[in-house]
Design a protein around this ligand. Structure first.
Ligand code: ACM
Length: 496
């Protein structure tokens, strides 16, 4: 009797472990961005047993987020216990603030990192593992050892062409966090509107925040709103970078303050989408008082290291004046404790301090004048501009940089796209979502999703581990997950 039951138990267990339909190995789960290393192990962990968590160090906001996931996505509860099935461990021997390890055994899961940021990235991977093994209730075991290729993985949201509310920006931040982004660049001013309260220049928002593209109602963030966004993003280990675009793209400022115009006359509100026609008056001292006041106020409410000063498309500013202007304003950021960033045109500066140049040309450009050691952020417009149409049928978007399919947005490398750029200068990638053609969540979803998942993987995963055919399979699974979250992503014919 005993022998038979032992025998049948062995057969039963054998069937379980060799039935590939039951548990897919850990490395076959559709994780995005794909981790650097996954080792599979035998056996599985029952999801139903993962009901307790323990942690050393201060990880309470992460634990709250995890408890919320258990509650809302798994319909289970997660209790804090001295010896939980899930364990968050701070381990200073792990190198890199975003690096992490995940150990999944039949007994439980250990998330290990040097600090909370690494634990947070680990949690994003674990969350996907749980989502994609929820159906069977069996979590494959093994070890994930992971870190990011680039220190900068960002998205930009243009809140100037159309205004997006605090709630809309928070929703975007939540979605970015799922894919391990760590910077959100807010384009806070442009010709069509000024979106951030500046207490020393109150007419910027009093007179120039209502407008937006198409003549609909705009808006602005009070400094308190902005700080709320900064804190919300920081809880998700995303750093906000404010951009005030100068000296061009300034019609809204010039409209609010006639004194900033060379002729002292305020131009009318601009609600079209033409560019390159506005400029601050470079030879007036008040211009520098204005820029410095804005920088000072923004720096005071921005804990992150960077402050973006634009500097793109300055056709209305003669070149010698433009260079004089940027040489004067880039050091102002440094004076208030921030590293200046600028669009790629600002690389012409003679400012000797650190300035991040954001590359946005199409890949065919052969850039000159890149200073040795100067950090470069890659946003090539024909690959990383989320506002480019997918194809001729796209219902939103522009196409001056060409159509950008989901595949094209994924299949490039920041290291090799522009051979004349020094690879060692490249700090990462930023996917830019300009908003001339979108004004709400459904527009964000349509243009950003799913392309932004590809940008997340380009920024995190080694090029050697990426290929379209494999990514496409994983992406299909994410679309189902995104749909369950209410994301109205673009349905690409490439993904049917
Ligand atoms: C840009 O697209 N004008 C930076």
């Amino acid at each position: 009797m005993l022998r038979i039951s032992l025998f049948s138990t062995v057969i039963f267990l054998g069937l379980l472990s060799c039935n590939p339909d039951k548990i897919n190995p850990l490395d076959s789960l559709p994780l995005i961005p794909y981790p650097q290393n996954i080792e599979n192990a035998e056996g599985y962990l029952s999801l139903s047993e993962l009901t307790s968590i323990s942690f050393n160090g201060a990880a309470s906001s992460l634990v709250l987020e995890m408890k919320n996931f258990w509650d809302t996505s798994l319909a289970m509860s997660l209790e804090t216990k001295p010896e939980g099935r899930l364990e968050l461990q701070i381990d200073s021997s792990i190198e890199g603030q975003e690096a992490y390890q995940l150990h999944l055994t039949s007994k439980g899961v250990v998330l290990r990192a040097a600090g909370e940021e690494g634990l947070y990235r680990a949690w994003q991977s674990l969350q996907q593992i749980l989502v994609f093994s929820k159906e069977t209730g069996k979590i494959p075991t093994g070890t994930v050892t992971d870190k990011s290729v680039y220190p900068y993985r960002g998205a930009m949201l243009d809140v100037a062409r159309h205004f997006f509310t605090v709630a809309e920006v928070k929703r975007f931040i939540d979605l970015m966090a799922l894919y391990k982004f760590n910077f959100l660049h807010l384009h806070l001013s442009d010709d069509q509107g000024w979106r951030i309260e500046i207490k020393s220049w109150p007419d910027l928002t009093a007179l120039s925040s209502d407008s937006e593209v198409g003549g609909t109602q705009g808006g602005f963030y009070t400094q308190e709103d902005y700080q709320e966004l900064v804190a919300y993003a920081a809880d998700r280990f995303i750093t906000i970078i404010p951009e005030i675009d100068v000296p061009g793209h300034t019609n809204a400022a010039l409209h609010a303050y006639p004194i900033l115009n060379c002729d002292g006359v305020a131009p009318p509100v601009h609600t079209g989408i033409e560019v390159g026609f506005s400029s601050l008056c470079v030879d007036k001292p008040i211009t520098y008082q204005f820029v410095e006041d804005v920088i000072r106020e923004l720096a005071a409410i921005t804990p992150g290291p960077y402050l973006h000063l634009g500097g793109d498309e300055t056709q209305a500013t003669p070149e010698d004046q433009f260079i004089r202007f940027i040489n004067k304003v880039l050091p102002m950021a440094d004076r208030y404790g921030k590293i200046p960033m600028g669009w790629f045109e600002t690389r012409q500066t003679n400012y000797k301090g650190q300035v991040v140049s954001q590359y946005w040309a199409k890949e065919v450009d052969v850039p000159e004048g890149v200073r040795k050691g100067n950090p470069i952020l890659m946003s090539p417009s024909s690959f990383a501009y989320l506002d480019m149409k997918y194809d001729t049928l796209s219902k939103h978007g522009l196409f001056w940089a060409g159509y950008t399919s989901v595949q094209k947005a994924y299949e490039w490398s920041p290291k090799t796209l522009v051979p004349s750029l020094p690879v060692e200068n490249i700090i990462g990638i930023e996917a830019a979502l300009w908003s001339e053609t979108i004004s709400d969540n459904s527009g964000i979803d349509y243009l950003a999703f799913p392309r932004i998942l590809g940008h997340a993987e380009i920024g995190w995963t080694e090029d050697e581990l990426r290929n379209w055919e494999d990514y496409k399979q994983r992406l299909q699974k994410h679309l189902v997950w995104l749909r369950s979250k209410g994301v109205a992503y673009y349905q690409s014919p490439l993904l049917d």
